[in-house]
Design a protein around this ligand. Structure first.
Ligand code: PMP
Length: 392
């Protein structure tokens, strides 16, 4: 197998690289559909549930269905929610959760954090909303993992309806929020009566009850998506009964929550089958233990190099930092050496491991430990091969 051993891969190497990819029949998928493909791409139980639904039930039925009620009950019990509502995506889940929080409090502003990603129209890459963010005037941006900034922005700003935060920022990739930081947000939000919304679109897979269980948090609302649709398009938001009642259609003044495919039968069936039969609490714990083992093994071999591994359980990020700083607390600490990141990405692909260009890994359930161990060996070989580039 060919290894490019210089920064700039010459064109002859590119053709060799293309040749070499032809010899690889399969990749270990570490992209995992950005955490959504937890069950892989063709899990037999989910496949047969989907086929059975297509053959015997039909695709979408207009009204509410038993499938929807079953999935709702299971999600409420796993994630400790009083009520849940379904959407087509995580973006929409945040959209409706925020609208609900604004109605409930009668206020407008939302505190979010630098580097946050809450969906296609909710990106806060730096300290400003990105151009395509909706309601551009309503955002107050605090620094991620900065307790004092969170406290001041939540408690001392005007008209705060909600605080929206990821317990681990997926886009980082994988910048972990400290327990104290997340508790501070909860305390400050309670103090001023703002709705604390925990975005668990990515993190709900990290423990049977999500990251909120790991951190002992009680968010007012939780937003979800990804694997909870079993690989089909999906989103959900839920939590406190009094807040969710702003969407209760029996109340004349309720907010409308419409959407043709909100409860689409295939998402409900695939999501329910996966959560009930495959990703049981025991399977969840075992899987995340495996992820922790992988992360710790990578952190160990990265000592003394520019490589830093962040993450929790089965979701992690590989960073290449000029100063080799091992702690990445917010977007501003993340000054990746882009050439090294790119080289790592390409060479890991040559070795048969497919991760995202930005360096995130989301494991797929059932990936054998031997494949993860082999990956650690490939990364170690990379660090040795490029010792002059990666050493501190
Ligand atoms: N919130 C977080 C934390 C996410 O990671 C994502 C998706 N990457 C979203 C929201 C948006 O979800 P969707 O892509 O389903 O709209």
């Amino acid at each position: 197998m060919h290894h490019a051993n210089s920064y700039h891969i010459p064109s002859t190497s590119i053709s060799k690289y293309q040749e070499s990819t032809l010899t690889i029949l399969s990749y270990t998928d570490f992209v995992g559909e950005m955490t959504a493909a937890l069950y892989g791409h063709s899990h037999p139980l989910i496949q047969s549930a989907l086929i059975n639904t297509i053959q015997n039930t039909g695709l979408n039925l207009g009204g509410t269905t038993l499938h929807e009620a079953k999935h709702a009950a299971l999600i409420c019990s796993r994630f400790n929610l009083s009520k849940v509502r379904f959407t087509n995506s995580g973006t929409e889940a945040n959209l409706h959760a925020l609208a609900g929080a604004k109605r409930f409090t009668g206020k407008r502003n939302v505190v979010v954090f630098t580097g946050a990603y809450h969906g296609a129209c909710y990106m806060f890459a730096k300290d400003k909303p990105s151009e395509n963010v909706v309601d551009r005037g309503d955002w107050i941006i605090a620094e991620y993992n900065n307790l004092e900034d969170a406290r001041v922005k939540i408690e001392e700003s005007e008209d705060v309806a909600a605080v929206l935060v990821e317990g681990m920022q997926g886009g980082g990739p994988c910048i972990v929020g400290s327990g104290e930081f997340l508790q501070q947000i909860q305390t400050s939000a309670r103090k001023v009566g703002a709705v604390f919304i925990l975005d668990e679109v990515m993190t709900s897979r990290l423990a049977p009850g999500g990251l909120q269980e790991l951190e002992g948090l009680q968010p007012d609302l939780t937003t979800m998506g990804k694997y909870l649709g079993g690989g089909m398009s999906f989103g959900a938001f839920g939590g406190r009964e009094d807040i969710m009642s702003v969407y209760d259609p029996r109340i004349g003044t309720a907010l409308v929550h419409s959407g043709t495919f909100n409860n689409n039968t295939l998402s409900m069936v695939a999501g329910y089958t996966g959560l009930k039969e495959v990703y049981t609490p025991e399977a969840n714990r075992e899987f995340n233990k495996l992820g922790n083992m992988l992360r710790e093994a990578l952190q160990k071999i990265g000592q003394g190099t520019k490589m830093t591994i962040t993450g929790l359980g089965t979701i992690m990020g590989v960073h290449w930092l000029e100063d080799g700083k091992k702690e990445i607390k917010s977007y501003s600490d993340r000054k990746d050496i882009s050439d090294l990141r790119e080289l790592f990405w390409l060479e890991m692909m040559e070795d048969g491991y497919w991760l995202t260009n930005r360096g995130s890994i989301a494991l797929i359930l059932g990936t054998p430990w031997e494949e993860l161990e082999n990956f650690v060996g490939r990364v170690e070989a990379f660090l040795m091969r490029h010792e002059n580039l990666v050493k501190m």
